[in-house]
Design a protein around this ligand. Structure first.
Ligand code: ATP
Ligand code: MG
Length: 141
């Protein structure tokens, strides 16, 4: 089974019904929840995690948003977990998601291109890095 790192971002954790709907969606889509935790980032955690986007026009609002309130992180296991979770999320941009992928998480619950409800690793390498970032105590060894 493949592992991925999924995060429910502050906009969705703030709403109990959306948080519960996303948790149920994870279970219904046959993901195994290997670990989960609720956490709040300091601004420096946000800056470190999104270092690859430094300099992009949305970087400041992104790091601000991601350290604005509680998040929930999951290590999920499934066959093709990385692509399956990203397929459930839909495109990054909420209005594009509503247009080309209605029914996806971001189409249903996303507020803006920044406040877009969830994160998912985009490759095996980023999944490893991101799992270690959120769950330093977790090791597959
Ligand atoms: P994520 O990494 O959160 O799973 P993603 O891989 O679909 O999303 P990235 O390109 O990695 O998208 O961007 C990371 C995050 O930065 C996005 O989820 C979104 O919150 C924010 N972001 C990306 N592009 C834009 C944009 N054009 N305008 C505003 N915010 C953006
Ligand atoms: Mg990404």
């Amino acid at each position: 089974l493949q592992l991925t790192l999924a995060v429910i971002k502050p906009d969705a954790v703030a709403h109990p019904l959306i948080l519960e709907a996303l948790h149920q969606k994870i279970l219904k889509n046959k993901f195994i929840i290997v670990r989960s935790k609720d956490l709040i980032w300091r601004r420096q955690d946000s800056e470190r995690f999104y270092a690859e986007h430094k300099g992009r026009f949305f970087y400041q609002r992104l790091v601000e948003f991601m350290s604005s309130g509680p998040m929930r992180a999951y290590i999920l296991a499934r066959e093709n977990a990385i692509s399956q979770w990203r397929e459930l999320m839909g495109p990054t941009k909420v209005f594009r998601a509503r247009y080309i992928a209605p029914g996806t998480i971001r189409a249903l619950y996303g507020l803006t291109d920044t406040r877009n409800t969830t994160h998912g690793s985009d490759s095996v390498e980023s999944a490893q890095r991101e799992i270690a970032f959120f769950f330093p105590e977790f090791s597959v060894e």
